[in-house]
Design a protein around this ligand. Structure first.
Ligand code: IDP
Ligand code: MG
Length: 137
């Protein structure tokens, strides 16, 4: 089942020079392809849309602040079961709990600065792809 997912390499990943390292992991998965790729600053209105489900949570404001602290890389990855697959490569939200070998497990220590966002379901992917790549079909 081929799918598309929205991936963000967060400002910490970009600042730390990990773009190539992380994207390389997607490229190496058999049959997955990068369909769109953009380095961009994410402004508050866009982040409010993207993180709408988290409004009001204690981590929300610092999250939006962090996510607008420098450029991110937004990309569309396409391929077999890519939504579940990228979440598995990323590891769980808390990088200390993430298995070594996963992106968060290999590079992260801080829950907020956990390097990567990846859509968590087909519904989220559809919604998020429209926010970040409205002209892409
Ligand atoms: P996910 O990115 O693994 O799907 P979500 O629960 O959707 O995790 O949270 C969105 C983002 O908000 C996380 O990736 C992380 O950057 C941040 N976040 C989530 N929970 C916490 C927390 O308890 N403290 C600080 N930041 C958090
Ligand atoms: Mg999430």
């Amino acid at each position: 089942m081929s799918q598309r997912t929205l991936v963000l390499l967060k400002p910490d990943a970009v600042r730390r020079g990990l773009i190539g390292e992380i994207i390389g992991r997607f490229e190496k998965k058999a049959g997955w392809t990068i369909r769109a790729l953009e380095l961009r600053e994410l402004d508050r209105p866009l982040l409010e849309q993207h993180y709408a489900e988290h409004v009001g949570r204690p981590f929300y404001e610092p999250l939006v602040e962090f996510m607008s602290s420098g450029p991110s890389v937004a990309l569309v990855v396409e391929g077999e079961r890519v939504i579940e697959g990228v979440r598995a490569l990323a590891g769980p939200t808390d990088p200390i709990a993430a298995t070594p070998g996963s992106i968060r497990g290999d590079f992260g220590t801080i829950v907020r600065e956990n390097l990567i966002h990846a859509s968590d379901s087909e519904e989220s992917a559809e919604r998020e792809l429209k926010i970040f790549f409205p002209d892409f079909s």
